[in-house]
Design a protein. Structure first.
Length: 124
């Protein structure tokens, strides 16, 4: 899947070890050209701990204060290093990432990026 036109990227979660539940700051998509769609990229490098799990979802907000889960905005649960992408559309002005970390002494070195655009090419 690829974005058709007017793409711009934004970092949602900087690279860091994720060892506890947290929310990112809101990203103002209107500063990105008021995109209609985005591809969210999750890159997990190192993973450690006993039975570590990472649940990551995207939330949306009109005012950067009241947040709701974005329909179709959750990644499948992660337990190992790897790269994943998720296409989203129809979101409100602000988006953020929310992650829950589980297991015994879990650590996920991860980053989340968004690539915004005004249309997606369908996969061939």
């Amino acid at each position: 899947m690829s974005l058709k036109e007017s793409t711009v990227a934004a970092e949602i979660l900087p690279v860091a070890a994720r060892t506890a539940d947290a929310n990112s700051s809101g990203v103002d998509t209107w500063n990105k050209g008021r995109p209609r769609e985005a591809i969210i990229l999750l890159d997990i490098g190192a993973v450690s701990g006993t039975t570590p799990t990472l649940d990551l979802k995207i939330q949306e907000s009109s005012d950067n204060s009241t947040w709701n889960d974005l329909a179709g905005g959750a990644f499948p649960q992660k337990t190992a290093a790897g790269f994943s992408e998720l296409a989203i559309k129809g979101f409100k002005r602000y988006i953020r990432a929310v992650h829950d970390v589980g297991g015994t002494s879990p650590s996920f070195t991860a980053t989340v990026l968004a690539v915004f655009g005004n249309g997606l090419d369908e996969p061939v």
